[in-house]
Design a protein around this ligand. Structure first.
Ligand code: ARG
Length: 460
């Protein structure tokens, strides 16, 4: 069965059918297609195209199709062009001739937009839930080590001491922005396109607001020409997904390093690591490597649709059928990666003594010392030079910050007071950073509390 054909004398070739079918993947849209069609049947009844009885028969038949679809083998042998065609064929099989009326005043162009919007909306909600669960885990993990000091890095070189929970909250912020991006995408996704027709608007006086309310949309789209070729909402989702994957990938990279023998800070659980077929000693961070690897696929999906839409003339073109696989791919990868990341964070253990020793062995306190001099009146540039000489001397003589006495410090500058020597310990310098957003212990405690409040409103 085709939804068109009157104008044709010959049928499509086998190669064209094989090339152009989308049922093999758009079958994922079966449920939104049916839910949308049920709402549309009710709208047709309201404008008098269907009688109450016909509408009831159609709606019930659709329910039956959905139930059938839960059983295996539903799609076996189906050769329909796409899911919309399949649904109407099934409707005809169940409800008979009345099925011929369901497409009155409706185009597949708006229907496919409707179906994708409903599907993406569901995926956004799923991703938001998984993001919130991951963020909750990040806060919980951070709270397990309230006093753990680590060297913070720039250029992957030890830079300044920070608290481990401060580090964990950095990820919280990135994922909070991702959550926000998904919410923003959802606002643009969640508008009803039905009523737009193929491109010019429907010729039947549907109450679009009523259909929107019935299907859980926040409003209706504003221009039929725009709707027919608009996939911005899909790209918004793909961008939000890509950014989330980017953050997951960077977290994975950090933790692959931090759990290496070279760092030795983190112990990843057996449950999220694998061994080697040859080397008996290996415990590899495959879960994190795969998260990092899947980032490429999601960015690929984003790029694929971006390029597909670029250069299309106004309204629908069949190229737009290529929107689905990237969307499905990205949604599957982001869901799986968020679940995996959460499990890794949940089961990872920090060995606080290791990063603490790394902080103490290095010159992460150098800035603290220079700033202490500046606070006491030495112009910062000079203070920087003084501490730089102290570091150079230490490097040459193999001395750690803790090896220096107050008297020795004073030899570098008379402005070094004995009191400043306490800053040779990384924990001390951190206390000077009690600024909102800084790593001072009180600032971090407040940030943790605030993060928990924000999580609560997300669960809201
Ligand atoms: N399978 C098509 C798609 O996914 C449905 C819309 C077809 N519309 C058309 N004018 N051929 O985009």
């Amino acid at each position: 069965m085709k939804l068109w054909g009157g104008r044709f004398e010959g049928g499509p070739s086998e190669v064209f059918e094989r090339f152009s079918e989308s049922l093999s993947f758009d079958r994922k849209l079966l449920e939104p297609d049916i839910r949308g069609s049920q709402a549309f049947a009710r709208a047709l009844a309201r404008v008098g195209v269907l009688s109450e009885e016909e509408c009831r028969r159609i709606v019930e038949a659709f329910d039956g199709i959905l139930e059938d679809a839960r059983r295996p083998g539903f799609f076996d042998g189906a050769t329909d062009e796409d899911v919309h065609t399949l649904v109407i064929r099934k409707l005809k099989e169940r409800a008979g001739a009345v099925a011929d009326k369901i497409h009155t005043g409706r185009s597949r162009n708006e229907q496919v937009s409707l179906d994708i919007r409903m599907w993406v909306r569901g995926e956004i909600d799923r991703a938001k839930g998984l993001l919130a669960a991951l963020m909750e885990e990040l806060v919980r993990h951070g709270r397990c080590y309230p006093d753990a000091v680590i060297p913070g890095y720039t250029h992957l070189r030890r830079a300044q001491a920070v608290l481990w929970p401060h580090y964990m909250l950095a990820w919280f912020e990135m994922f909070a922005r991702d959550y926000e991006r998904l919410e923003q995408a959802r606002r643009r996704v969640n508008l009803l396109p039905l009523g737009s027709g193929a491109l010019a608007g429907s010729a039947f006086p549907f109450d679009r607001g009523a259909i929107a309310a019935e299907l859980g949309f926040d409003g209706v789209t504003r221009n039929s020409l725009d709707v027919s070729g608009d996939r911005d909402f899909a790209l918004d989702f793909l961008y939000a997904a890509s950014m989330t994957m980017l953050h997951l990938s960077r977290l994975a990279e950090d933790w692959i390093l931090y759990s290496s023998e070279e760092f030795g800070w983190l112990e990843l659980a057996d449950s999220v690591t694998s061994g080697s077929s040859l080397m008996p000693q290996k415990k590899n961070p495959d879960s994190l490597e795969l998260i990092r690897g899947k980032c490429g696929r999601v960015w690929g999906a984003f790029n694929a649709l971006f390029v597909t839409v670029k250069g299309l003339p106004t309204t629908y073109n069949r190229d737009l059928q290529e929107d689905k696989e990237p969307l499905f791919e990205a949604a599957a990868q982001i869901t799986a990666s968020l679940e995996m990341a959460r499990a890794v964070v949940q089961s990872a253990k920090l060995k606080p003594a290791v990063p603490a020793a790394a902080a103490e062995a290095s010159w992460v306190v150098a800035t603290d010392l220079a700033e202490a001099l500046a606070r006491a009146g030495t112009p910062f540039h000079q203070a920087h030079q003084i501490v730089g000489r102290l570091v150079l001397d230490s490097v040459k003589r193999g001395r750690k910050p803790a090896d220096w006495t107050p008297e020795e410090l004073a030899a570098f500058s008379p402005d070094f007071t004995p009191e400043m020597a306490r800053l040779l310990k990384p924990v001390e310098g951190m206390r000077t950073r009690e600024i909102p957003g800084g790593t001072g212990p009180q600032a971090v405690a407040a940030a943790l509390e605030e993060a928990e409040r924000r999580l609560q409103s997300m669960r809201g």
